[in-house]
Write a protein that binds this ligand. Structure first.
Ligand code: UD1
Length: 418
């Protein structure tokens, strides 16, 4: 399963460039189905989740090639409307193929998705949105069969600003007849990137980044070339790595605006942060202060995908912090592992009370989900002695490109063992 062995205590110093965003590239890869032509996508991170989705595209009949961090997807010709089951069960975000396939072929059969075990994660909003566009959806023996003669634009009000549901509806609605509006849409930067990609191939979408998205359906699409936005969660993770080791790191090629909610909390904890056009520099010369409350919220609130990493930092802070996880009901699995490292954490439903300790201690810990795994690595960087973080291939490598190598380049004592 792969493990990282970390000898804690090294102060991180230096600079690094941030890879393209996983959560932006996955829906963009799904969108490459829509044009039935070539999509050239730059700044694609080299990640397990990306490989899984690209292999799924290949198995339904797309051709692809990688040149460095650029992938070219050719979706010409008829594709197989049966999405392979195993990868869908392994990676929840593959459900995003549903909207794109339905839009282009008017039929798709896909199994119910799996993914990180961080909550129930239903897909009711995806399905009700597609139904409102005219899809008939049958759920049978673990499969979802979606079909229609034609999709028609409609007004769709989401009960919750779900990222995946917003994307799935956009991917289907670009091929619908007439206008679709999504109200209470997710406002994440990855939605804006998807809008940009789709518009470059001929779609007519406005409003992404606000809570109302308007999509005028079109009948033809063309080749597209696009560069994926930098990964704001990866950037946030390295910012915490600098903070937890009392280091000084320059994080390059990011969109600082996207990580505002993260750097604002790091600022509260006493880190010095300088913001430039595409870079930030972060330094933390003394033990961090506790941050009173960290409550996860849809963008532009504090991201749930940074809750675990921030918790690792607060485990070492001066004082007590309270976390409130409002997005996913089961996203504190990393807390049990941090406790093995000497952290003082109590969980009460959706709240976690974290009393900072003087020192974390190295231990053998298990990553149970992607961001929780990253949090254990961060804790290991600050801990006294050796930390072994297990299940690295299964979780951490789904969302971080060469995390061990990049941390080593900043001065961490970290090695990977198969
Ligand atoms: C995306 C991100 C994930 C991030 C999350 C929230 C990708 C590939 N993943 O996941 O990293 O943590 O946004 O920022 O982009 N929900 C329903 N019904 C639905 C859909 C969602 O009840 O049909 C609930 C979920 O169970 C969850 C909440 O809505 O409690 C947020 O989910 P959503 O925004 O859809 O997250 P994902 O798209 O799965």
């Amino acid at each position: 399963m792969g493990m990282y062995i970390i000898n804690g205590g090294n102060r991180l110093e230096g600079e690094l460039r941030i890879e393209g965003s996983k959560n932006a590239v996955l829906p963009i890869l799904a969108a490459s189905i829509i044009n039935g032509k070539n999509s050239i996508i730059h700044n694609v991170p080299y990640l397990k989740d990306v490989n899984t989705l690209v292999s799924m595209l290949e198995s339904i009949g797309c051709k692809y090639s990688f040149v460095g961090n650029t992938v070219i997807v050719d979706s010409t010709g008829d594709l197989d409307i049966n999405i392979p089951e195993k990868p869908v069960r392994e990676m929840r975000s593959s459900i995003i193929l549903m909207g794109a396939m339905l839009g282009r072929f008017k039929k798709v059969k896909i199994s119910f998705p799996g993914g990180c075990e961080i909550g129930l994660r239903p897909i009711d909003l995806h399905l009700s949105g597609l139904r409102l566009l005219g899809a008939k959806i049958v759920e049978s023996h673990g499969y979802i069969i979606c079909e229609c003669d034609k999709l028609y634009g409609n007004e769709i009000h989401l009960d919750y600003p779900s990222v995946g549901a917003t994307e799935n509806i956009m991917l289907a609605a670009v091929s619908a007849e007439g206008v679709t509006t999504i109200q209470n849409a997710a406002r994440e930067p990855e939605i804006v990137d998807l809008q940009d990609f789709l518009n470059k191939m001929g779609a007519k979408i406005t409003g992404a980044g606000s809570s109302t998205i308007r999509i005028q359906g079109v009948t033809s699409f063309h080749d597209v070339e696009h560069t994926v936005i930098p990964d704001r969660i990866v950037a946030g993770t390295y910012a915490v790595a600098a903070a937890i080791t009392g280091g000084k790191v320059v994080i390059r090629d990011i969109i600082p605006e996207h990580i505002k909610p993260i750097i604002s909390k790091l600022g509260e904890s006493g880190c010095k942060i300088y913001r430039y056009d595409k870079d930030i520099s972060i330094s933390c010369s003394r033990r961090p202060n506790a941050v009173d409350i960290i409550k996860t919220m849809p963008y532009p609130g504090f991201p749930t995908d940074m809750q675990a990493q921030m918790m690792a930092l607060m485990c070492t802070a001066r004082g007590t912090s309270i976390f409130i996880e409002t997005i996913f009901e089961n996203r504190y699995k990393h807390a049990e592992e941090l406790i093995k490292m000497g952290a003082n954490i109590k969980i009460e439903g959706r709240a976690a009370i974290v009393k900072g300790v003087n020192k974390l201690m190295g231990a053998h810990v298990f990553s149970r989900d992607l961001r929780g795994g990253a949090a254990l690595v961060l804790a290991g960087l600050a801990a006294e002695g050796t930390t072994i973080v297990d299940n690295v291939d299964l979780h951490i490598e789904r969302g971080y490109e060469n995390l061990d190598i990049k941390l080593k380049n900043l001065g961490a004592d970290i090695t990977k063992e198969k």
